[in-house]
Design a protein around this ligand. Structure first.
Ligand SMILES: Nc1ncnc2c1ncn2[C@@H]1O[C@H](COP(=O)(O)OP(=O)(O)OP(=O)(O)O)[C@@H](O)[C@H]1O
Ligand SMILES: [Mg+2]
Length: 334
């Protein structure tokens, strides 16, 4: 999307490879996405589509086997790919907070929750331990854990999944980051806790103007809180649009397929719909659109040439030959 009003994070034409024993896995291909100040952007797509790789790249937390081969990641006008690790450490945690799918593995089981949360602040800001303790207690309350002082004295295993996820959010908020990257923050939680955590993220965004990149494979979760949604398939962003555009006028056959597969509580169908075919093979060298083999609307050109990103409307982009006409606007980014 070209929503370049007050850009906070601007990812342009990013390509990321993983070296594997079977060859190079092209996990992110030519991905471009911009997140404005105060905006919540969802990145959705099936497992292996490259969502986490894109998110980790934005915080420069990629695995050692990953290599950014080209592209730019600009955060507050600085290309963070050019920063040293020491420079990056002053941004990560302080300006870019992260929460992960499985909070249990993000906390050290040997230390009390409070000490781990406080450490985030004392690493970045000159502050007394008492002040950091007070702030941690406040953040835990903001994250919906009213009995904050009790929680701080607990070890991770003593909290439920929902409580740990809230503690993780409190930890990410300690330095009041401008951008929160949330990688599947509700996947491990039951439906009612999921809804509470999503509401919490939305409330924090409304109260602090913090931008959020929400990674999810659940389109409904994205629909609940996101201003815009980007759909990833086979490492590429194939469509972006506002929540209404994605749900009411999906313009990429993969997005249409995802929406078709969403469970409908009123349906008389006994079985859930599934999308035909296998996920994209990101190791083989292929030409054309990565979705071509599964696409019900595939044309000859789709197997030969990667489709350009086409502007469907002002905030709505899709990378699909179906929309190509001589007069369409070709965009640099989805
Ligand atoms: N450390 C790694 N080494 C090699 N390949 C990797 C590594 N991490 C991820 N990949 C591959 O890169 C591709 C994208 O992975 P990624 O984790 O970004 O997908 P995802 O969309 O987040 O999936 P999920 O919904 O399952 O979390 C996948 O094919 C995955 O197997
Ligand atoms: Mg992931």
């Amino acid at each position: 999307m070209k929503n370049k009003k007050n850009p906070l994070l601007d990812i342009k034409n990013l390509n990321i490879l993983y070296s594997t024993k079977n060859g190079e896995a092209k996990a992110v291909r030519d991905a471009s996405i911009c997140i404005s100040k105060g905006e919540i952007v969802g990145i959705a797509g099936e497992s292996g589509s490259g969502k986490s790789t894109l998110a980790y790249a934005a915080a420069r937390l990629l695995d050692k086997s990953a290599k950014v081969t080209s592209g730019e990641i600009t955060f507050e006008s600085t290309n963070i790919l050019k920063l040293s690790e020491i420079q990056m450490q002053s941004i990560r945690g302080a300006k870019i907070g992260m929460i992960f799918q499985n909070p249990a593995s993000s906390f050290n089981p040997l230390y009390k929750i409070g000490n781990q949360i406080i450490e985030v602040l004392t690493c970045h800001v000159k502050i007394t331990k008492k002040q950091a303790y007070e702030k941690a207690a406040n953040m835990l309350k903001t994250a919906g854990l009213e009995d904050a002082k009790y929680i701080m004295k607990q070890y991770p295993h003593q909290l439920s999944g929902g409580m740990l996820q809230r503690a993780m959010i409190a930890m990410a908020l300690m330095c009041e980051p401008k951008l929160l990257i949330a990688d599947e923050p509700t996947t491990a939680l039951d439906a009612s806790v999921q809804a509470q955590i999503l509401k919490l993220l939305k409330d924090i965004n409304a109260n602090t103007n913090m931008s959020v990149m929400l990674i999810t494979h659940n389109l409904l979760a994205a629909a609940k809180i996101c201003d815009r949604i980007a759909i990833m398939y086979g490492g590429r962003i194939v469509e972006t649009g506002t929540k209404d555009e994605i749900f009411n006028s999906p313009s990429h056959p993969y997005t249409k397929g995802l929406i078709d597969c969403m469970p409908d509580i009123n349906s008389q169908e006994r079985y859930l719909k599934t999308m035909q075919g296998e996920p994209a093979d990101i190791i083989s060298v292929f030409k054309g659109c990565e979705f071509a083999q599964r696409c019900p609307e595939c044309m000859k050109i789709c197997a030969k040439h990667t489709p350009p990103v086409i502007e469907i409307s002002q905030n709505h982009f899709a990378s699909c030959w179906m929309h190509y006409k001589a007069e369409v606007k070709i965009s640099e980014q989805c």
